[in-house]
Every structure is written in structure tokens, then in C-alpha cells.
Design a protein around this ligand. Structure first.
Ligand SMILES: [Zn+2]
Length: 387
């Protein structure tokens, strides 16, 4: 059993108030409110918990909230972290920010992804404080901006602090998440030659040439990516996202662009993906008359993986057993998470958060009991980790 008692009323009220504050990511939705108001609110809550708090500007009116509980010395430090932004509320059923509670579920945009996880962090720290716990190592809270778009929040956070480990409270249905994929956005271009539709001897049709690169997607999907299976994450994948080309019915198109997205395993690098495309383009240039193509890497975020025997995973595993009286299950996430930035900044990170449904969907909710359970597990793990 955990010696830390979670204040369910505090956790519920904290979560409800957070959901009721609009923090739609302005990078994703034009006119989105941004994280400013929820940051101000978190600043006050953390200050009331007796933490030393400061705001770290990541963009105008979009600050990270960094709260610090100084240790007495000698222990390992720990970061508890999650993002404050939410995705667009377009097409949501009902009031997206009402935070209503029904049958043990709290509803609203961001309840599940991931203000539920933020409430678990606050509930854990409140329980540690209430118990009279005095940490040896530092406890840091990092409430970051912009995870749903470019992750400028965690990029900034890792320049400010260097904790010995982190727990990221993205939703995992109360499982330990130890791996997730990376993603890369590429633009493929074929060049043709514009000419009047009647001039077949002059025109080179860039759109028709794109078929060879579209075929490469099929080859990657059905031949190259099929054998490499990760036990938690499945396989590498790629899909065509957007295609553009042509300027008129009676004109040979001089250019066609295809944007593709790769989702890839932690052991693959974006540079290797680009090289696959470059090799194919080189091949096509040699073998197809008038073929001219190009690949550009527009944006990438690597995957992430931590071994089950890493100390922070073991600590969280034991805390789970102590609190839940059961063995935790382990999972991977297909989606990308900020843990990649933390991991690549040498901060070993495990992901644990509540269950619910409707991430990025029309109806979103989080299970309140899971939020409380995660708070108890995090309090127990933090106490053991920081000593
Ligand atoms: Zn999230």
C-alpha cells in the first residue's frame, strides 16, 4: 500500500478547472487561445502547494510553468511533466470546455489528452506535501506548451533543467509506456516540362512521373517495412498525405509535389528514410526517360525507447505494484510524444497516465478513478526515487 493518500476532491476539482480553461494550440487552430491562461492558473496552484514557480516564455503569451520543490540534498532529482495545450474543438459535440462529470468520467477537450495527467501530477505533489514528506532530491514539475504541434515547450524545458529522470503523464490507460514511434514529413517533387497540350514532343508530364514515387510507397509498405516488427510498436509505415500538380487542362504539368508521412521505429533515423528515397530517385533517373525527382525532409522527430530494467522504469513498476496490488502492463504508443525530446536530452523517461477516450475526437473524457490511481502511483514512485 502507498503511504500517500490522494485527495480525490482536490484532484477532481483541479482537473475540472483546468478543462474549463481554453488552451487550444494556436499553431494547430488559427485563433486558438494558447496556453497563457492555463499557465497563469497553474502558477497559482503550484504556488499554493508551496512550490517555487516560474514561467518560461516559449512564444508570446505561451509560457511553460516550471515548479521546483527543492530537495535537502543527496537524492536523485525527478521531473513530472505534461503538456498544457489541447487540440482544436471544431466538430466537438456540446460545450467543449464544460468539464461535466458523469458516471465517473470527466468530459471536455483535453480531459484525456492530457489535463487528466496534469491533475495526477498535482494530486501526487499535494499528497506528498500533506504527508509531511521531505525530498532529498529535487522534484520538478514541468507544464509545457505546444506538444500537439511543434513541441517548443519541451524543447525549451530541457534547456532549463537537467533532472535524473522524468515521468510523462500522457494518457496510457494506467499502463507503463516505454516506447513510441518517430515521424518524418517529406516532400517529393517530380519536374517535367511545361508545353501546350498539343506539343507531345516538347512536354514532359510531371504528374505521370509521380506514379513511380507513388509506387515506391507501395514497395516500402508491402516489401521493405513488413519484416521489421517491434514487440510493442508494430512496423514502420508510410502514407501519401497530400498531392499537388498541374496548371491547366491544355498544359503539360511542369511540376508535381507529393507530401508523405513516415511513422518509424526508435531504431530508424530520418536520414536513413531520406536515403531510401534518394536511392530510388537515382535509380529512376537512370532508367526512366526524362525522369527528374527530388526528396526533401521538412520535419522530423525521432522515436523513443527505454529498457524495462532502467532504474526509473523499475521504480515506477514497484510503485505500481505497491499501490495497485497488481503487476503493471507495458505498452508502446504509435503516436509521437515529448518523451523523445526528454530521452534525447539524456533524461530517462517513462510514460504513465489515465484511461479515457476521444483524444482529438468529438467526445473526449477521462476516467476519474484512473487520474486518482495515477496520482497515487506517481507519489509513491517520486518518494522512492528522490529519497
Ligand atoms: Zn498528448
Amino acid at each position: 500500500m502507498s503511504q500517500f493518500v490522494i485527495d480525490t476532491a482536490f484532484v477532481t476539482q483541479t482537473l475540472q478547472q483546468m478543462v474549463q480553461i481554453d488552451s487550444v494550440n494556436p499553431g494547430l487552430a488559427a485563433g486558438g487561445a494558447g496556453e497563457g491562461a492555463v499557465a497563469t492558473w497553474l502558477y497559482e496552484v503550484c504556488t499554493a502547494l508551496g512550490l517555487e514557480v516560474h514561467l518560461q516564455e516559449t512564444a508570446p503569451r505561451r509560457p511553460n510553468v516550471i515548479a521546483h520543490w527543492a530537495g535537502s540534498g543527496g537524492g536523485k532529482s525527478l521531473l513530472l511533466t505534461g503538456h498544457t495545450d489541447v487540440v482544436s474543438v471544431e466538430n466537438m459535440a456540446g460545450d467543449p470546455f464544460d468539464g461535466r462529470i458523469e458516471n465517473g468520467r470527466l468530459y471536455g477537450r483535453g480531459a484525456y489528452d492530457m489535463k487528466g495527467g496534469l491533475a495526477s501530477i498535482l494530486g501526487a505533489v499535494a499528497a506528498l506535501k500533506a504527508s509531511g514528506f521531505q525530498p532529498a532530491g529535487d522534484i520538478w514539475l514541468g507544464f509545457v506548451t505546444d506538444e500537439e504541434y511543434l513541441s517548443i515547450g519541451t524543447d525549451a524545458l530541457v534547456t532549463a533543467i537537467q533532472p535524473d529522470a522524468a515521468i510523462l503523464t500522457e494518457p496510457t490507460d494506467v499502463q507503463l509506456c516505454i516506447a513510441h514511434k518517430g515521424f518524418a514529413w517529406l516532400t517529393l517533387t517530380t519536374e517535367g516540362r511545361a508545353a501546350h497540350g498539343s506539343k507531345y514532343s516538347e512536354g514532359v508530364d510531371a504528374i505521370t512521373h509521380m506514379q513511380h514515387l507513388l509506387k515506391m510507397i507501395m514497395t516500402l509498405e508491402t516489401e521493405i517495412f513488413v519484416d521489421d516488427l517491434h514487440p510493442l510498436l508494430g512496423r514502420n509505415s508510410v502514407h501519401a498525405s497530400m498531392i499537388r500538380g498541374g496548371i491547366g487542362l491544355s498544359t503539360y504539368p511542369d511540376r508535381c509535389t507529393l507530401q508523405v508521412e513516415h511513422r518509424y521505429l526508435p531504431d530508424l533515423q530520418a536520414a536513413e528514410i531520406v536515403q531510401l528515397w534518394q536511392d530510388e530517385i537515382d535509380d529512376l533517373t537512370r532508367t526512366i526517360p526524362d525522369f527528374k525527382g527530388e526528396v526533401n525532409l521538412d520535419f522530423e522527430r525521432p522515436g523513443y525507447e527505454i529498457l524495462p530494467d532502467a532504474p526509473i522504469v523499475q521504480t515506477l513498476h514497484q510503485a505500481f505494484v505497491d499501490v495497485m496490488q497488481a503487476e503493471p502492463s507495458y505498452m508502446g504508443q504509435y503516436a509521437w510524444l515529448d518523451s523523445a525530446i526528454l530521452g534525447h536530452a539524456n533524461i530517462p523517461t517513462v510514460i504513465l497516465g489515465p484511461g479515457g477516450a476521444g483524444m482529438h475526437a468529438a467526445v473526449e473524457y477521462v476516467n476519474l478513478q484512473d487520474v486518482v490511481d495515477c496520482a497515487a502511483i506517481i507519489a509513491q514512485a517520486a518518494a522512492v526515487w528522490v529519497g
